[in-house]
Design a protein around this ligand. Structure first.
Ligand SMILES: NC(=O)c1ccc[n+]([C@@H]2O[C@H](COP(=O)([O-])OP(=O)(O)OC[C@H]3O[C@@H](n4cnc5c(N)ncnc54)[C@H](OP(=O)(O)O)[C@@H]3O)[C@@H](O)[C@H]2O)c1
Length: 182
């Protein structure tokens, strides 16, 4: 079994994007990007929905599963040789990783809402960054369960994860990181 690790940056109110599915600049931060990209470099596979590609110069060399309902099980991604399209209702994560030809190592889950939520029972580690001075009213939450009565922390705790200490990634911008472990 592979280790499963989640990576996200959320606003103060637990959102990853605005109501139109666009990630605003208010939650983008260079120190967080550096942490995120360096983490992905250490993982065997990156997993995300069709709109959550991480971008950046090293993306093409990373093995990835792109979650989609447009195919029944798995299918090659003609435009990207290191990618496999994957429908989780038709093939398990392990089957998809095997077909992708990825080696041992951690699997990085990088969004969006539905993909983050789907892996809640399985995270070994969840890297929760927060831009404390940004709010996205009416935005898209990191997990479906996040709302007026539940924070991302409540949801992680509910699913059996425990927080480590808070660490500043960029104190001036009020961006911090808490690593949650099962
Ligand atoms: N702040 C952050 O750290 C962070 C992290 C991730 C994303 N984001 C932002 O959030 C926005 C995108 O969010 P999103 O929720 O729309 O995007 P998403 O999960 O990347 O893409 C949604 C698409 O993924 C596929 N999908 C998702 N769940 C699936 C499932 N269970 N089974 C099969 N296919 C599934 C579907 O593709 P098909 O239509 O092909 O079937 C769906 O249309 C973007 O702006 C992104 O930049 C921010």
């Amino acid at each position: 079994m592979h280790r499963i690790e989640g990576y996200v940056i959320v606003s103060a109110d637990g959102m990853i994007a605005d109501a139109n599915g666009v990630m605003p600049d208010s939650i983008r931060n260079p120190a967080d990007q550096h942490f995120f990209q360096a983490g992905l470099d250490e993982t065997a596979v990156v997993v995300h929905g069709r709109h959550s590609h991480e971008g950046g110069p090293r993306t093409a060399r990373r093995k990835r599963l792109v979650v989609t309902r447009q195919i029944a099980t798995t299918a090659p991604d003609p435009a990207h040789p290191n990618s496999l399209l994957w429908n989780p209702t038709g093939a398990t994560l392990e089957e998809a990783i095997e077909q992708l030809g990825a080696g041992d190592g951690a699997v990085a889950i990088i969004g969006g809402t539905e993909v983050f939520s789907m892996f809640l029972p399985r995270y070994d580690t969840f890297y929760l960054s927060r831009a404390a001075n940004a709010k996205i009213p009416g935005g898209r939450p990191v997990f479906h369960e996040v709302g007026p009565t539940a924070t991302p922390e409540d949801v992680l705790m509910r699913h059996g994860l425990k927080p480590g200490p808070r660490r500043d990634l960029d104190a001036a911008a009020e961006v911090s990181l808490v690593t949650w472990e099962r």
